[in-house]
Write a protein that binds this ligand. Structure first.
Ligand code: SF4
Length: 106
């Protein structure tokens, strides 16, 4: 059984990461952070490796490491975007994780 995901109240993260090094996208946007390994394909999850490096760092977006959590203050970010770009949604999570409520996605 999944534990209730934590909800971030806010921290120091840019609204949108336009400096992504992922070559096939222009930017990343993470209204959910963290995930749960469920298949052998998750064994070398880059997102977990990245997030866990910052576990315990006060104020960092990944202060809770790779633990699943909602980041509701990020949901309205797209309304402030002023130019088109290709956005990788949840580069650091799985939007359809069982712990993410349907009404949060919808
Ligand atoms: S983000 Fe993807 S690879 Fe990483 S644990 Fe979740 S489902 Fe697995």
């Amino acid at each position: 059984m999944l534990e209730s995901p934590e909800i971030d109240k806010g921290e120091r993260e840019p609204e949108l990461s336009d400096n992504t090094k992922i070559e096939w996208t222009d930017a990343t946007w993470n209204p959910v952070r963290g995930c749960t390994k469920i298949t052998p394909g998750c064994a070398h999850c880059y997102a977990e490796t990245f997030a866990e490096r910052f576990r315990g760092v006060p104020g960092h977006p990944y202060e809770q490491g790779f633990d699943l959590r909602m980041v509701p203050h990020k949901l309205l970010d797209p309304l402030r975007w002023t130019r088109p770009r290709m956005v990788f949604v949840n580069s650091m999570s799985d939007l359809f994780h069982m712990g993410v409520p349907d009404d949060y996605v919808g």
